[in-house]
Design a protein around this ligand. Structure first.
Ligand code: NAP
Ligand code: F7E
Length: 343
């Protein structure tokens, strides 16, 4: 049985990758950060799913900022493959916490690469690189040969990690790959990324739970795919005869306004009556347009996206509408109880 170690297992991609690898028969180990309230919501269902036969999912407390925990976890889990998905992944937050972001997203990768090199250099290593490295883009669409021009502490940290992965591959012969993934979303997306912020708010507006949605730059354009499709590309990269870097993208580009149109239209609403611009959500420097060319992944990995833009929006809206309905039902129940008074 193959063993995989996933950092960032509690995040959006970590949860989809866990399901995918369990489905392939792997034993899956994950790094869990200690917090005062449990943070395994995206994984809870996996514990009881048929995929988790014989308890093949195991979590270990650790942190990318703590080398000793990484050494210990590698020693305990003895993985064949390591997927480094852990990061402070929010671009605007990286302007508020640049040093912390670089510590986790840049030095954290180096700590893990060093731990792998020392413990077992035959481990196959996947690095969650990002289209954010293209920043102020030098060409469109972007592919594996497009130069980087990052525009945020997050983008700079990811570019550092990218080059360390290349460096460890070339210097020590590590089987280490960068997956340069363009934006990918899902019903499990964090609620402060723009797509999920929109689907959460629009569905709550539909049910009368809120009226306004405050956003920043509506003209930014992104290549949005579905996270569930993208984790398969990560795995495929590590099954290749040689370690290489790959762009993973849909090749289609939409603006934040387009995402608003698609979401609100699905709910028979007009976003212009509800959306207001709040400069708080603007960034000191913006990445205006990202559009990926995933031809190499298509050719060499046999990978292509299965979920289109409309389907992605639909899946997120349907999920969040259900959440809003549950919230409304609780609110109505409480209101009824209050009318009746204490029994
Ligand atoms: P996410 O939902 O924000 O998940 C991030 C994960 O990293 C969480 O499990 C988080 O743990 C963990 N983490 C944060 N700091 C850590 C630390 N110091 N030590 C250990 N774990 C830590 O991100 P995602 O969307 O799944 O993205 C996965 C990776 O791909 C990230 O590296 C991201 O930067 C990169 N990426 C994402 C996209 C995208 O569009 N989603 C595109 C390109 C690249 P907690 O749950 O405890 O916070
Ligand atoms: O912003 C604009 C914002 O935060 C998308 C991360 O997964 O993908 C993600 O980074 C666009 C930006 O994602 C709001 O200015 C407008 O232009 O959803 P986002 P991101 O910055 O593209 C890359 C590839 C990663 O690697 C990252 O980890 O939407 N925007 N108004 C807004 N964005 C947010 N968050 N909130 C707003 O209110």
């Amino acid at each position: 049985m193959k063993r995989a170690l996933i950092t960032g297992i509690t995040g959006q991609d970590g949860s989809y990758l866990t399901e995918f690898l369990l489905g392939k028969g792997y034993e899956v180990h994950g790094v869990l950060r200690r917090s005062s309230s449990t943070n395994i919501d995206r994984l809870r269902h996996v514990y009881t799913s048929p995929q988790n036969t014989a308890g093949r999912l195991k979590l270990h407390y650790g942190d990318l900022n703590d080398s000793s925990s990484l050494d210990k976890i590698l020693d305990q889990s003895r993985p064949d493959e390591v997927y480094n998905l852990a990061a402070q992944s929010h671009v605007r937050v990286s302007f508020e916490q640049p040093i912390y972001t670089v510590d986790v997203d840049a030095l954290g990768t180096l700590r893990l690469l060093e731990a792998v090199r020392r413990q077992n250099p035959t481990i196959r290593f996947y690095q969650a690189s990002s289209s954010e490295m293209y920043g102020k883009v030098r060409e469109t669409p972007q592919d594996e040969n497009t130069p980087f021009a990052p525009r945020s502490p997050y983008g700079c940290a990811k570019a550092y990690s990218y080059w360390q992965v290349v460096n460890y591959r070339e210097s020590y012969g590590l089987f280490a790959c960068n997956g340069i993934l363009f934006n990918h979303e899902s019903p499990r997306r964090g609620e402060n990324f723009v797509t999920r912020k929109i689907t959460r708010a629009a569905t709550r507006i539909k049910l009368g739970l809120q009226d306004k949605l405050f956003l920043g730059n509506l003209d930014a354009k992104r290549d949005w795919g579905f996270a569930g499709d993208y984790v398969e590309a990560m795995w495929r990269m590590l099954q290749q005869p040689e370690a290489e870097d790959f762009v993973v993208a849909t090749g289609e580009c939409y603006s934040v306004k387009d995402f608003l149109d698609a979401t609100f239209e699905r709910l028979d609403l007009d976003w212009k009556s509800h959306v207001e611009i709040d400069p708080w959500y603007l960034r000191p420097a913006e990445v205006d347009l990202l559009l990926g060319n995933a031809a190499k992944a298509r050719e060499k990995l046999g990978w292509e996206p299965r979920t289109g833009f409309a389907e992605l929006v639909g899946m997120m809206v349907d999920h969040d509408l259900e959440l809003a309905r549950e919230e409304k039902a609780v609110q109505d129940f409480r209101a009824e109880g209050a009318d009746e008074g204490p029994s």
